[in-house]
Design a protein. Structure first.
Lengths: 338, 338
């Protein structure tokens, strides 16, 4: 298995990306890791780390897509960027998967352009697992697509349900549509039209779900447009941090609570780990003809290490074949709406 | 001061609405509370409560807008609904403010139709204060308007900034635009066009703000469209509950943590109160020519009591005059975009 890693993508690139790749290479010696980016800078980082694992190679890419670059434009202009070069390695079958913590929009655009989408899929979507009281909930889309159409959301429901069924062993995944009310007539045009599509799908569609219910285990999959999905996931991150800091700050003013906090430390540690995106590594961009793992822009070595392991695990499954098969069952509907 | 209370609106109506109104009437004897709704049912609830305060009267309204009713349609069809009748009392100057925990969309539509918007305002918006590490952050819109245009969001920024300045004594409120990235070019068409409008406004516009930063005190006002605002506020509610339950559940399995939790009880109680919407009562619908307080559908007596007190407090301010004055400063721009 060969994983192309975008060494220049992310706030802490290339340092943390290279470090994480070395850790993964040491842990999984039969995997081949191709670091894509500025050869000199990558070599420099590798040397700093000491012995370079034999299963790490470098693929030179002179350009970098900056966070301020517009996605589509940069992909067309910067054909030698680390993102485009990484994606091309997979497209040309010189790698089996790509991992990137760089510009999400650019990675999605490059993957669509070079790797192409799966047959019938209009737009790829990012699926992120949110820890809840009863396990987890898969939110799709977390920011790959901010110009969603009802058909895109409908296909997100099918893709995420397939992931739940085949990778998470949930027999008949409950799919909910994120809305601002439970009633069928609630919401804007996008969600109302999506509601009607999902109602007719080969899915265990449970209807609208309000954001406060996500944590109740009501749905295994929650479908929403990329802007909203991105906002709630980053909000969850900020709120978890805020709540834990508030608990700490409020305890510091009270003698007994201060002691109580000390005794509760293992509990907070466990919750922090659950809410820590670095533990999860990257998340898959579903709907792409290949395996593409998207990481948080603030990824550190541990995130990248886990993301590479996630990519390796995913290449061993037949998730894309399962998605195509589930999509075919709904082909009539897709053709009607298109 | 006369407050029209929609007695039939909300999941716990009329019981909790009547109870809350009685509590408020007892607490503020010089206020007059007009309970609007089915006279017999209201009378029945009032009798159950014992002595009826003299400052409570009933205004009969035979119809109820159900949660499943489409907003605009129900307002045109059900002219004798408790929502429409309450709003009309204010429009006809028979009341100074309205409080409703009923169908938000219908209340907004009725207020626009009968009370009208302030001069120049295109759409009213709901402003909700979210508790953060450094105080609070005013989120606008929380669900009044799910078909937002850039001009609506621009006006939301002006209105919420005015509230911060004149009601919360924040000298030069920092106004942020909720987006999925900090860079100017990020986001969908709506936020990109709004960004350019806000950049030219008479505001302390700090640019895009990501949802994880809301809790950091980076902005006093966060502008977003109603669908997104509604989703994040309900998400915050669900997540706070989920986190506190998880802490409790995880502590129960550990002897020392269980004791620690007991010692931390006052801390959790204080946080719970901060995150409890019932404490806040209702929130103002800004941009309406009058005072309109919107309450959570699940409001109980305490929420209604606090909402009535909020309505009384707001009628004593000149918030709408301040909003009009701030809007006038930006009239040229509004005219250009319109």
């Amino acid at each position: 298995m060969r994983i192309a890693v975008d060494a220049m993508g992310g706030d802490k690139a290339p340092q943390e990306i290279v470090k994480g790749s070395v850790l993964a290479a040491q842990q999984v010696p039969d995997a081949e890791i191709i670091l894509v980016g500025d050869e000199n800078r990558i070599k420099h980082e590798l040397c700093l780390g000491g012995t370079i694992p034999k299963n790490i190679t470098i693929h030179h890419a002179a350009q970098i897509v900056g966070m301020e670059d517009p996605a589509t434009h940069s992909i067309r202009q910067k054909i030698n960027s680390s993102i485009t070069q990484s994606v091309e390695l997979v497209a040309k079958r010189k790698a089996d998967a790509i991992v990137s913590a760089g510009h999400t929009g650019a990675t999605v655009a490059a993957a669509m352009l070079h790797m192409k989408t799966l047959k019938g899929i209009r737009r790829p979507g990012i699926a992120i697992s949110l820890p809840t009281l009863h396990g987890s909930c898969l939110i799709i889309d977390a920011g790959a697509n901010i110009s969603c159409k009802p058909l895109h959301l409908y296909q997100y429901g099918i893709m995420a349900s397939t992931v739940c069924k085949h990778l998470m062993n949930i027999e008949n995944p409950k799919v909910g549509l994120l809305n601002i009310g439970e009633e069928d007539a609630k919401g804007n045009d996008l969600v109302r039209e999506t509601f009607s599509l999902l109602s007719n799908a080969h899915l265990n569609f449970i209807g609208n779900i309000e954001s406060r219910e996500i944590f109740d285990g009501k749905a295994d999959v929650v479908v929403c447009e990329g802007f909203v999905g991105n906002v709630i996931l980053k909000f969850a991150e900020g709120m978890a941090k805020n709540l834990l800091t508030t608990i700490k700050a409020e305890s510091m003013n009270r003698f007994w609570a201060k002691l109580g906090l000390l005794l509760c430390k293992p509990v907070f540690q466990s919750i922090k780990t659950k809410m820590d995106f670095a533990e999860y590594g990257g998340v898959p961009l579903l709907g792409i003809n290949g395996i593409c793992i998207i990481c948080h822009g603030r990824s550190d070595a541990r995130t990248i290490q886990n993301a590479i392991k996630a990519a390796l695990k995913l290449t061993k499954t037949e998730i894309n074949e399962y998605i195509i098969s589930e999509l075919e069952k709904s082909n009539t509907l897709t053709a009607e709406v298109a």
